[in-house]
Design a protein around this ligand. Structure first.
Ligand SMILES: Cc1ncc(COP(=O)(O)O)c(C=O)c1O
Length: 425
């Protein structure tokens, strides 16, 4: 019998790149079961989505209950309880006086956030950062600057977005302070030479870059960015699609940094695998977004919202504290491996959003092929790992947040074996 991968070749285009050829029939907790009955420890979580664990029974029960009541209502047609309940619970958790608009995907939320900023400010300028990833629709492709391949052949259809350097203190030759100064100076040069701040609607930033390499921004940088945005009445958008929903041990990374954006976008973990995303902003801005200026057929689907309510019920303070604790333990384990393998040039991250970068010891060249080998070796040992970074030389560790300490230790053990096997090849 043909495998799912083999069957896919005849009917699926190559455009949807897959990290593995695995055919998966079942998920539970941190494990996936393949079509040939093998169990895999999943440190990818569908790219940081199934934060509460695959098929979490409480979330499955909430979806099942909703399934028998209403599958689709259409938020442009009617109101339904799961939508309102999630909006109430989520805005309360974000802070005082927020409103939320639900859509389906991360890219759609970022589109919504930029549209909100353009609407409110009545300005046109959009600024994003080098190595950022914000999605694959045309606007979000224009925002993205982590890989020229994403833009290839689409350039003519992309709206204008200005990019400035994002501080990467892990690879910069400058000191942390100088690196931050350099990036802020680039922004000031942009204002001076290309677009005046009075013309800029928004600056969109990932507080911790995801695809770009799991690079946390230094707090001082985000604090300065906040000040600059307030000074020029530019709306600061935090793209928390990957860094949000408990990943960092905080509901959103903004709470880790204690920096408040004007608009926050969320997706991925928000409904633990059902398609849902959110644009969240202060009431004073949301109330200026006129009826019909944004919308969509499926956004805030009843099943997805019911799952979203269950997710928030699970992600209480105790749950988040445990993520922070486990994140520290895992980083300690990775640092021990770093002592042993000098090709690990840095270990960084917040909570369970952790990256390990691989570079050659002398020249500090990115070790992209080595990372590919390590991931293959790990897969042979039934551990699923993803890479990231503009050079694809960073392994990211993003297990479901319900991962147990013993499973973290297993992953470290497999990683140790996989690095050793890859280095001797
Ligand atoms: C930071 C960030 N923004 C936006 C997106 C796009 O989200 P989606 O794939 O749901 O459109 C992603 C997806 O990886 C992301 O990591």
């Amino acid at each position: 019998m043909k495998s799912l991968y083999e069957r896919s070749l005849a009917v699926l285009p190559p455009v949807a790149l897959r990290a593995t050829n695995l055919g998966i029939v079942k998920g539970d907790g941190v494990y996936l079961t393949s079509e040939d009955g093998q169990r895999y420890l999943d440190f990818a979580a569908g790219v940081a989505v199934t934060n509460c664990g695959h098929n979490n029974p409480k979330i499955v029960a909430a979806i099942e209950k909703q399934l028998h009541l209403l599958v689709h209502g259409g938020h442009n047609v009617v109101y339904y309880p799961s939508y309102i309940e999630l909006a109430e619970k989520l805005t309360k958790r974000v802070g005082k006086d927020y409103k939320v608009y639900f859509s389906n995907s991360g890219a759609e939320a970022n589109e919504g956030a930029v549209k909100l900023a353009l609407s409110v400010t009545k300005r046109n300028g959009i600024i994003a950062f080098s190595h950022s990833f914000h999605g694959r629709t045309l606007l979000t492709t224009a925002l993205t600057a982590s890989n020229s391949h994403y833009r290839e052949n689409y350039e003519n259809a992309l709206p204008t977005v200005y990019h400035v350097d994002y501080p990467d203190i892990y690879n910069s030759k400058l000191s942390k302070h100088e690196e931050i100064e350099h990036c802020l100076n680039e922004l000031q040069q942009l204002f001076k030479n290309i677009i005046a701040p009075s013309q800029v609607a928004c600056i969109i930033v990932e507080p911790i870059q995801g695809e770009g390499g799991y690079v946390p921004a230094p707090k001082e940088f985000l604090v300065e960015l906040r000040k600059i945005c307030s000074q020029y009445k530019i709306m600061l958008i935090f793209d928390e699609i990957q860094s949000g929903y408990g990943r960092t041990g905080y509901l959103f990374a903004k709470d880790y940094y204690a920096v408040e954006p004007d608009i926050l976008t969320s997706a991925k973990g928000i409904a633990n695998g059902l398609p849902l995303s959110a644009v969240i902003s202060k009431t004073e801005y949301m109330d200026q977004w006129s009826p019909g200026a944004h919308g969509g057929t499926f956004g805030g689907n009843p099943l997805a919202c019911a799952a979203g309510v269950a997710v928030l019920d699970i992600m209480n303070n105790e749950f988040l504290a445990d993520v922070r604790r486990k994140g520290k333990l895992f980083q300690q384990g990775l640092r021990q491996l770093q002592q042993k393998y000098s090709v690990i040039s840095s270990v960084r991250g917040v909570g369970l959003m952790i990256g390990a970068e691989f570079r050659s010891v002398d020249e500090k060249k990115p070790l992209t092929e080595l990372v590919t080998k390590i991931r293959q070796e790990a897969l042979k040992r039934h551990l699923i790992l993803l890479n990231c970074g503009v050079e694809h030389n960073v392994i990211r560790f993003i297990p479901p947040l319900v991962v147990k300490e013993a499973e973290l230790q297993t992953a470290l053990k497999v990683l140790n074996e996989s690095i050793a096997a890859s280095l001797t090849k």
